[in-house]
Design a protein around this ligand. Structure first.
Ligand SMILES: Nc1nc2c(ncn2[C@@H]2O[C@H](COP(=O)(O)OP(=O)(O)OP(=O)(O)O)[C@@H](O)[C@H]2O)c(=O)[nH]1
Ligand SMILES: [Zn+2]
Length: 183
């Protein structure tokens, strides 16, 4: 697959008016192909595989919050990065998820072609599915390079998206506690 993608990058470099055989660009199609494969590696993963059974019994029924998980994704419209952070909270119902797995879930969905709203939704649904929690809240704050480097060229705007499930949706106090904790 790498060779196939590299071949296309060679054509793109040529179409952009560059010489793909000059010294600095000679290995670029292959490097770019590998980088793009890494940034899209989420298509090769499944939720079951990354969670790897790391679900533990627990009687806690208080909110658990994992804050400031850094996030790098590619917007599906321009294939340019969007960069930010993700906050995930849930209300356990008899079981908790291994801490590192929240970051793995974020990465699996971020390493696909995305829009921020769908990414937020997919992370929330995945946490809900693996934990069976009484509620899940996900907030993503991100800056989109397609809006900064090109297009409208706005350097300081960021986008916040959120998905609230179960108790976070039904109970304003729970939602408020989550929002206070992340701010
Ligand atoms: N809602 C949402 N929009 C996004 C996201 N990433 C990129 N976009 C937007 O997708 C839209 C695509 O609009 P088009 O008019 O088809 O493309 P374009 O001509 O390149 O648009 P401009 O960026 O305005 O130059 C733009 O408004 C982008 O800002 C995202 O994660 N969520
Ligand atoms: Zn974009």
């Amino acid at each position: 697959m790498t060779d196939d993608i590299a071949q296309h990058y060679r054509q793109i470099i040529t179409a952009l008016g560059e010489n793909p055989d000059r010294e600095g660009l000679r290995d670029t199609p292959k490097r770019a192909a590998k980088a793009m494969q890494f940034l899209n590696a989420g298509y090769q993963q499944s939720l079951e595989e990354i969670v790897n059974g790391a679900i533990f019994e627990s009687q806690t029924d208080e909110m658990v919050l994992v804050k400031n998980i850094e996030l790098y994704s590619m917007c599906e419209h321009h294939l340019l990065p969007f960069i930010g952070k993700c906050h995930i909270a849930y209300l356990p119902d008899g079981k908790v998820l291994g801490l590192s797995k929240f970051a793995r879930i974020v990465d699996m969905y971020a390493r696909r072609m995305q829009i921020q709203e769908n990414l937020t939704r997919e992370i929330a649904d995945a946490v809900q599915q693996v934990t069976g929690a009484k509620g899940v809240a996900v907030v993503i704050e991100a800056r989109h390079l397609c809006m900064m480097m090109r297009g409208v060229e706005k350097q300081n705007s960021s986008m916040t998206s959120s998905v609230m499930l179960g108790g976070f949706r039904e109970n304003p106090a729970t939602r408020q506690e989550f929002l206070t904790l992340i701010n």
